[in-house]
Write a protein that binds this ligand. Structure first.
Ligand SMILES: [Zn+2]
Length: 242
């Protein structure tokens, strides 16, 4: 049991003691969800794009399974933001731009180590579009990221140089948002980096595990959860949301 799970269990146990004997207890226990979205919350749907689901050029295993889960969660939030990976055709993160390099190898760039990916999410192409079935008509903002050819941007908040903002933190602060719920593709890259930067930008951050899927490159999924937990990102399930 993780520290977070333990805290959640004790909170639940304490609540159950208080409510025991009342008719509401059973209903609450069955419903499960204790996190009720308000107007201070935003749901950030990360990179649910055709290139990242099976059949796409950088498919995340079972990535398409997040679509109905995310649609259902989004209906519980008044505010939803979508992100799109949005690269130039000659983007520095593409292995095709580095002679002699293969996909999933790394190169050193001025801002650090860069994993090299297959060409993906090129601006205006079909693969950069949202995954079929993603149905969130009330989403208010689409943040496109990774559009500078020389800098990648896993994070919805800061590009990979760790200093070029996308503008999302300012937008959310101006709207009075305090908590960011995040889900999408992939857990260990764009979701994790976004969640960590949400914390660094002063927001609470909660990643919805069953509404996300990982790539898990050389243990990257476990490492990402460790990094997220270490900065206070909470790991929740879609059933935790009321
Ligand atoms: Zn990308």
């Amino acid at each position: 049991m993780s520290a977070f799970d333990r805290r959640r269990f004790f909170r639940f146990a304490a609540g159950a003691t208080v409510a025991a004997g009342s008719a509401g207890w059973l209903a609450r226990a069955i419903a499960g969800g204790t996190l009720r979205p308000t107007e201070k919350d935003v749901f950030i749907v990360v990179d649910v794009q055709k290139c990242f689901i099976p059949g796409g050029s950088l498919a995340v295993g079972k990535g398409d399974e997040v679509v109905p889960v995310i649609n259902a969660i989004a209906r519980k939030f008044p505010y939803v933001v979508l992100t799109q990976d949005w690269h130039t055709a000659d983007h520095v993160s593409f292995a095709s731009q580095h002679a002699g390099k293969k996909v999933f190898e790394t190169v050193s760039l001025p801002y650090g180590t860069q994993v090299l990916w297959p060409d993906h999410c090129v601006q205006g192409t079909e693969g950069a579009g949202f995954a079929p079935g993603l149905d969130i008509p009330h989403a208010q903002l689409v943040i496109r990221k990774g559009y500078h050819s020389g800098i990648d941007s896993y994070s919805a908040f800061l590009e990979a140089d760790k200093k070029t903002p996308t503008g999302l933190a300012g937008y959310l602060k101006e709207r009075g948002i305090k908590r960011c719920f995040l889900a999408g593709l992939a857990t260990d890259f764009c979701v994790a980096w976004s969640a960590i930067d949400a914390r660094k930008s002063g927001f609470e951050a909660l990643v919805i595990e069953d509404a996300s899927r990982g790539i898990d490159l050389n243990g990257s999924l476990a490492a990402a959860w460790k990094d997220m937990t270490s900065v206070g990102v909470k790991r929740i399930q879609s059933t935790d949301i009321a």
